[in-house]
Design a binder for this molecule. Structure first.
Ligand code: ZN
Ligand code: ZN
Length: 339
């Protein structure tokens, strides 16, 4: 079978053996769709160090082989690549994505493969969700990214009527825009440095969207919020300037949600006394667990969010390098690899 794996720091399209069931509880899935994520590209560039260099973690597909009674060949499913133990100190104290087991679990050889194995560990703990008939594979590929957004907005306790700034209008930022509307946000303001993405934000329900290279974010946000600033700034970018603009655009008592992962070594030039004097909270959110993937599937299934609006490009496994090139050019939102 064909699969994309990382070899010597670059994506290599390999002909390799189809994975097989290694232990009772494993399942084998035929991949139908898998989103290309910014972190996949960071892994290719050697800039991502949080987990093993396995790429493709937003897959959906059809069960090819199963060694559990609850899942049958032919079922259409989503599979979660990282699943925590749900028993350790972190798991039982609200930080399951920090579970020591979480990042050790993964699908093999990754989501950009014709077939992949989901380990029994993940299957047993609810890592595989059956897609309702009306949810397409392409939509199923959004369960993981939307789940991370669901978890993030839960952590920040987005309230009805909140004004929200989303910094960064890539696929994750735009999922934040869409979910903030579902969660009752009043004004949703979006900034990006690429005009294509600035315009795209309007297609998914942003109230205001502008290019932060051309318009000063802090002034503009103040103008749009009676001089106060937003209740919540969501930073869907790892750029230090994006984090700073969020910190300077929230109202007194507001919250900054750190979502995009900055490069290691990123240091901010920010006066911490401003946090205390203005009672600003910084909350970070990292990845997602099964309660979030279940919620994400429900949101997609109930058509509260039309994730398909975000798909701008589709490629096959053979075209993987072209997919990466397009994703990096800034004229794409979500790039999907399909069979
Ligand atoms: Zn991702
Ligand atoms: Zn745990």
């Amino acid at each position: 079978m064909k699969a994309v794996i990382i070899e010597n720091g670059r994506a290599s399209i390999k002909d390799m053996d189809k994975p097989s069931i290694k232990e009772k509880g494993d399942i084998i899935i035929k991949m139908k769709a898998c989103g290309l994520c910014g972190t996949d590209i960071e892994k290719l560039r050697g800039q991502y160090t949080a987990s093993q260099p396995i790429i493709g973690h937003e897959p959906s597909g059809i069960i090819e082989e199963s060694s559990v009674d609850s899942l049958k060949p032919g079922q259409r499913v989503f599979a979660h690549h990282h699943v925590p133990c749900y028993e350790c100190y972190y798991c039982t104290h609200g930080s399951a994505t920090m579970c020591p087991h979480y990042r050790r679990t993964n699908i093999e050889p990754g989501g950009f493969a014709e077939y992949f194995r989901v380990p029994a560990w993940n299957v047993k703990r609810g890592g595989v969700l059956v897609l309702p008939d009306h949810v397409s594979f392409e939509e199923g590929a959004f369960i993981e990214p939307l789940a991370t957004v669901v978890r993030a907005q839960r952590r920040v306790k987005l309230n009805r009527g909140d004004n929200v700034l989303v910094v960064g209008a890539g696929p994750m930022g735009l999922l934040h825009v869409m979910l903030s509307k579902v969660n009752g946000a009043s004004k949703t303001i979006v900034t990006d440095i690429a005009d294509f993405r600035v315009e795209y934000a309007y297609k998914v329900g942003a109230d205001y969207s502008f290019n932060s290279k051309k318009i000063d974010t802090i002034n503009e946000v103040k103008k749009l919020t009676d001089g106060r600033g937003v209740d919540i700034a969501i930073i869907a970018s790892g750029a230090p300037s994006a984090i700073l603009s969020g910190l300077l655009s929230v109202r007194k008592g507001g919250q900054v949600l750190l979502f995009g992962v900055p490069f290691k070594g990123t240091v901010l030039n920010y006066d911490i006394s401003d946090l205390l004097n203005n009672e600003i909270s910084i909350i970070s959110s990292n990845a997602a667990i099964e309660e979030d993937t279940v919620d994400a599937l429900k949101i997609i299934s109930e058509r509260k969010i039309d994730v398909s609006k975000l798909v701008t490009h589709k490629f096959t496994i053979d075209q993987f390098n072209e997919a990466v090139r397009v994703a990096e050019e800034g004229q794409a939102i979500k790039v999907i690899i399909q069979d």
